[in-house]
Design a protein around this ligand. Sequence first.
Ligand SMILES: Nc1ncnc2c1ncn2[C@@H]1O[C@H](COP(=O)(O)OP(=O)(O)O)[C@@H](O)[C@H]1O
Ligand SMILES: O=C(O)C[C@@H](O)[C@H](O)C(=O)COP(=O)(O)O
Length: 330
Amino acid sequence: MKYELKSERVFDIIAIGRACIDLNATEYNRPMEETMTFTKYVGGSPVNIAIGSSKLGLKTGFIGKLADDQHGRFIANYIQNLGIDTTGVVIDRAGHKTGLAFTEIKSPEECSILMYRDNVADLYLEPSEVDEDYIRQTSTLLVSGTALSQSPSREAVLKAVSLARKHNVKVIFELDYRPYTWNSIEETAIYYALVAEQADIVIGTRDEFDILEHRKGENEQTIAYLFQHLPQLIVIKHGVEGSYAYTKIGQRFQSKAYITQVLKTFGAGDSYASAFLYALFAGKDIETALKYGSASASIVVSKHSSSEAMPTVNEIEQLITADEKEAQYR
Ligand SMILES: Nc1ncnc2c1ncn2[C@@H]1O[C@H](COP(=O)(O)OP(=O)(O)O)[C@@H](O)[C@H]1O
Ligand SMILES: O=C(O)C[C@@H](O)[C@H](O)C(=O)COP(=O)(O)O
């Protein structure tokens, strides 16, 4: 079964939300208290997805607010050099700062993120800074849940979603739940539901769907709820246990995670989303798209960064083929 995304506009994907800095512990397998050096990368879920998509050859743009500082300029240069369109990027003139994510890698299983996100420029994107003509040029709009956590970014995103609907742009909602940017779980559930009900594709982990539904649920309950609304395709990730895709017409697809030598666990979701979406644009069926997402995530969790480590199509396909060959001998 296919859910085809058509590459018929100037952009395949425009992502909206944060572009920040990841500072990943250079000496890993220890607590952050004992880490003396960090390596700098571009980070932030939606820009990571834009980077991953662009590396896979999709025509990609980004809408977001960058701080007028060294970090903001580093991010802008990095994404421009990758060929991501930055027409929708706005520079903050009010002194807000770039968000920082320090990552702790205690062991491959024990990773955490220490985020510095007070007064971050990305959450100051104004509705007036979202341009209708830009949105109408894309086939899909990728919305990050964190961008809904505070005003005015929340209203900017709601405006983008409404323009997307007006211009027949498919809305992809990546739940991307970061607890520290929200005031309460009740508030998160309200805005998540608002956007999820209007999205065409919703992607998240099982835990993130629990936040959206404000209850501990099962996949079957989630799809029964969301398929009463606009979504056509729902992807629910279960970490190393694999992932599922459900269609409105009642199909269910599944992929395992590709076992690898894990260095750290973050970056999995963003690389998964870019490769899954790439595969839908490439005309692959949903089951194959799940494999692309899972293989891409497996590659990224074996490397040090989230953004820089985003794989090429060739790397993803080699991993899938090698796994299939190996399965013949198992
Ligand atoms: N330890 C792991 N080894 C290999 N693949 C993994 C691992 N953890 C996650 N993945 C892959 O990444 C996907 C997304 O991971 P998950 O942890 O569910 O999302 P997120 O990173 O958004 O929290 C999973 O569906 C799986 O394919
Ligand atoms: O999203 C962030 O702000 C931090 C990311 O850049 C970081 O690399 C990360 O946590 C990615 O996590 P994922 O959701 O597991 O892909």
